[in-house]
Design a protein around this ligand. Structure first.
Ligand code: HEC
Length: 101
């Protein structure tokens, strides 16, 4: 009983401190980075982007309205809830510094 109370308090604190990493983040990190800073040239940064925009983009890739093979594959197995979690995660991160020219 006591231990479960402690556990609950810990989980509550942890949840308030930082949003938990989405379960599916591993599907995206190789290209976009877990921190939303792209790892590969030609891949967009996602950190700090508008949450609704990110969610709309994910829906558009999944449906094929935005027809990009890599993103269609990446969004294929995702549920609506998982896409919301990913959009929320990336939107909540600090944006990248502008690229130097
Ligand atoms: C193989 C590399 C790769 C993986 C893996 C990948 N992406 Fe992408 N992503 C891209 C590329 C390339 C684009 C740009 C596509 C285009 O031109 O529309 C993109 C575009 C996006 C965009 C639109 C950004 C914008 O500014 O319009 C979002 C949102 C996004 N990805 C989220 C994700 C999420 C979430 C995952 C994991 C489920 C993921 N991506 C996995 C390569 C990848």
């Amino acid at each position: 009983m006591r231990i479960s109370c402690l556990l609950l308090a810990f989980v509550a604190c942890y949840t308030l401190a930082a949003p938990p990493q989405p379960a599916r983040l591993g599907l995206c990190a190789a290209c976009h980075g877990a921190d939303g800073h792209a790892r590969i040239p030609g891949v967009p940064n996602l950190a700090g982007q508008n949450e609704q925009y990110l969610l709309d983009a994910l829906h558009a890739y999944k449906s094929g309205a935005r027809d990009v093979a890599v993103m269609r594959t990446a969004t294929g197995p995702l549920s609506d809830t998982e896409m919301q979690q990913l959009a929320h995660w990336y939107a909540s991160l600090p944006a990248c510094a502008p690229a130097k020219r």
